[in-house]
Every structure is written in structure tokens, then in C-alpha cells.
Design a protein around this ligand. Sequence first.
Ligand SMILES: [Zn+2]
Length: 137
Amino acid sequence: MASTTQVKTYLAYWFQLGKKLVWRGGEEIFLPQPIIQGDRFSSQFEECWQKVISIGGKDCYLEGSQETVEDLLSSGWDIDGCARCDMPVAVVGSGIQSLDCICSDLDNWPNDELPKPRSPVSNKTQLNKIRARLGNK
Ligand SMILES: [Zn+2]
């Protein structure tokens, strides 16, 4: 089962590549921008995420994928790195990627020349990393 943080990151990463979120089977399409603001997720993204989570991700899915956010939050699914492009993708709990990665319908992906999607840099995490590094010496 994927954690809500993993699912949130999954959406954030794909939004950064321009993948849109289909809301309730197509009633609306969301693509919040920007995703990252400074060292945190933007209010636009947080707002979109809150909307999705408020209905438990029911009938919300990324363009080109079959799995809804509700599926991802259920016990049968997990999130893993795509074998082709390293992006977070939905896998059936047993670790098998169910379908082609949704990156397959992006013409310009994988692309080493584009900046990779990322999570906001947390100062606290950075600090802990530095601490750990110092501790190892
Ligand atoms: Zn991929």
C-alpha cells in the first residue's frame, strides 16, 4: 500500500512533466502550476491535493493511466520507480508494473536534458544529511 506522501509525490512529479489530473472521470482537468515554491509545495498544488484527498481520490487519475488515486491508496497497489524513466509509477502490490508506464505517451521523455521532477527541498532534511555526513567522519 502506498502512503499518502508517496501518492502526493507521485502526482507532484507527473504534474511537473505536464501530465494532467482527470477529476471525477473527466468532469474537470487539473494541472496546478507551479508545483514547487521555494522549499515547499505551492499553494496551488496543495489546494488540488486537498480536493483530491477530500473525496478519497475517487475517479481521479492521471491522464493516460488506469489507476485512480483511490486505487493507489488501497492495499492492492504500491508506488515504485519506473524501470525506464525512474518516475514514480503504480504497481500492483506484488511489485509488477501493471501497464506501460504513463511516460510512454510523452514524446520528450525520458530526457536527460530536462530538469528532473523533484520534491521540495526541506531544510530540515538537508540539515540532517549534513549532520549525518559530519557524524560519519
Ligand atoms: Zn516511465
